[in-house]
Design a binder for this molecule. Structure first.
Ligand code: C5P
Length: 242
């Protein structure tokens, strides 16, 4: 098969030109980074697991009417996606205090929040993805007010749905990060969910024991990183074909 033209290489994924106009191929690497790439490593098999987990979650979300960039999985490490104009925001949802929220505000990790919080970070590696407010987003034109309304509505639906889905398999969805893009079709623009949803960008704790099954195992050197990702896939019933 002809080699595909590489368009972009990120920390955990590579984007290639897709087979048809308006499509891309998203390739999942085993590379892992943390703390704005100050910590680097490899998690064997992570790309394969994230490809499957993200396929599963995006498919379930599409079934409840959340528009996504996902078209179909192509093989163990690649999926076909729609080409979108990425909005330069990391949209973080928190249900339980952990990570930077716990550190920044001195809230004990594991404390359930009285209501879910949405935070925005400006996607810029050089600046270390600084946290921003709605005012910054609209002032600098990263997203229009209407776009942001759509993003918030979609984010809340994703949070409600995924919280229930994970709880059903004994996992607490502590927090996660979403990215969105603009999809143009017949001169009409829609905001759609993009990137991936996987243990790389979610905190997932065993609902009974609190054991971490996500990238914090890598960030905090807890060991058994791949096993954590595998356990998430196993509980979702989607371990890759042996
Ligand atoms: O580090 P922090 O507590 O702010 O992360 C909140 C959530 O967003 C975590 O689930 C983390 O995995 C995710 N995140 C991410 N990419 C970033 C920053 C955070 O996926 N650049």
């Amino acid at each position: 098969m002809a080699r595909r033209r590489q368009l972009y290489e990120g920390k955990a994924k590579i984007l290639f030109e897709g087979p048809e106009p308006g499509t891309l191929v998203q390739y999942f690497k085993d590379d892992a980074t943390a703390f704005n790439a100050q910590k680097k490593g490899t998690i064997t098999g992570k790309g394969v697991l994230n490809n499957r987990i993200s396929e599963y979650l995006m498919t379930r979300l599409a079934e409840i009417g959340v528009p996504t960039h996902f078209i179909r999985r192509l093989n163990m490490r690649e999926q076909l996606i729609r080409e979108v104009e990425i909005i330069p925001l990391e949209v973080v949802v928190r249900n339980v205090a952990a990570g930077s929220l716990a550190t920044r505000l001195g809230i004990p990790e594991g404390q359930r929040l009285p209501r879910s919080i949405i935070e925005y970070y400006y996607k810029n590696d050089q600046l270390g993805d600084p946290m921003v407010a709605e005012e910054h987003i609209t002032c600098f034109g990263w997203a229009a007010t209407q776009d942001l309304d759509d993003i918030v509505a979609l984010t809340l639906r994703v949070n409600d749905f995924l919280t229930g889905l994970f709880l059903g398999v004994g996992i607490t969805l502590v927090d996660f990060k979403l990215e969105f893009g603009r999809l143009w079709e017949n001169d009409e623009m829609r905001i759609v969910l993009a990137d991936e949803i996987s243990p790389d960008n979610c905190r997932l704790w065993d609902a009974k024991t609190g054991e971490k099954m996500d990238k914090d195992r890598f960030r905090r050197d807890l060991g058994k990183v791949e096993e954590g990702y595998q356990e998430v896939a196993r509980r979702l019933g989607i371990l890759p074909e042996a």
